[in-house]
Every structure is written in C-alpha cells, then in structure tokens.
Design a protein around this ligand. Structure first.
Ligand SMILES: [Zn+2]
Ligand SMILES: [Zn+2]
Length: 146
C-alpha cells in the first residue's frame, strides 16, 4: 500500500528541520486540482491569493525532494511537473511541435529497466520512459495531401 502523501511530506519536513505550515500543506492539497501535467504557474493559479507565489515555488521544490512530485521534461522552455503518488507508473509520448503529451502503461518496458538495473547492480528508483515525435494532429498538417 502507498504511504499517505501528507504523512510523507510531514515527515520529510521534520527530517529537514522545516516547519509544517498551513501554506505548505495547502500546496500539497492544491495538486489534486491540477491536470496530470502542470506548470508551477498553474499550481500558483489554483492557490492564489491564499498562498504567495514564492511559497508555492519553494514548496514545489520541497515536494520534488520529498519524492511526491517529479519534474518532467517535455522539451519546452518551462518545466512541467506531475504528481508521483496515487498514479500508476507510465510513459510519455511528447509531440515536438505542439507539446501534446500522451501517456501509456509501461509494464514490459519497466521490466526491461528492472532487469538492467539488477544486471548492473543499481538500486532502482523511479522509471521514466519517454518518446518524442509528432502527434496525429501535427502529422495531419505535415503530410502532403494526395
Ligand atoms: Zn502535435
Ligand atoms: Zn505523466
């Protein structure tokens, strides 16, 4: 069973010698209102004016270090984030042109990474499988009509 994200965050803050504040917990709760992949600005948008932008950005870093959020790189200037808890491991297919992101189950690919980790003596953490290409909409624009 997965640990409760609130407990994970609280024990992380205590371990780091940081205060468990209402604002920090509000940022964690704010994640539930966001789409699967979000930008820091969207998180602040969901929390303002209750929580300051500076607190949102700093807390997002803390959540990342606590392993509750991960940064996902979609080849765009601004970083995207996603929740790690309460979700299945999944892969991303990223459209290079419009940034659309598709998700898929990674069962077999994950097993390949696990086997490689075992063979190379790695203690495996998260697995991120990501491909880049053109989404159907962008392909339709690209391909010459016949
Ligand atoms: Zn596209
Ligand atoms: Zn995702």
């Amino acid at each position: 069973m997965e640990a409760d994200p609130r407990e994970v965050f609280v024990s992380f803050l205590r371990r780091e010698g940081l205060h468990v504040t209402r604002a920090r917990l509000a940022v964690l709760q704010g994640l539930a209102q966001l789409p699967k992949h979000f930008e820091a600005a969207e998180l602040w948008g969901a929390l303002r004016p209750r929580v300051s932008a500076a607190t949102v950005y700093r807390t997002l870093e803390l959540l990342e270090r606590a392993g509750l959020v991960r940064k996902v790189e979609f080849g765009e200037a601004h970083a995207h984030y996603e929740r790690v808890f309460g979700r299945e491991d999944h892969g991303h297919l990223v459209c290079r042109r419009c940034g659309r992101v598709g998700e898929f189950a990674v069962g077999a690919a994950r097993r390949a990474v696990e086997q490689a980790a075992q063979a190379l003596g790695f203690a495996l953490g998260e697995v991120v499988i990501q491909g880049y290409g053109l989404c159907p909409q962008c392909r339709a624009q690209e391909e010459p009509r016949v």
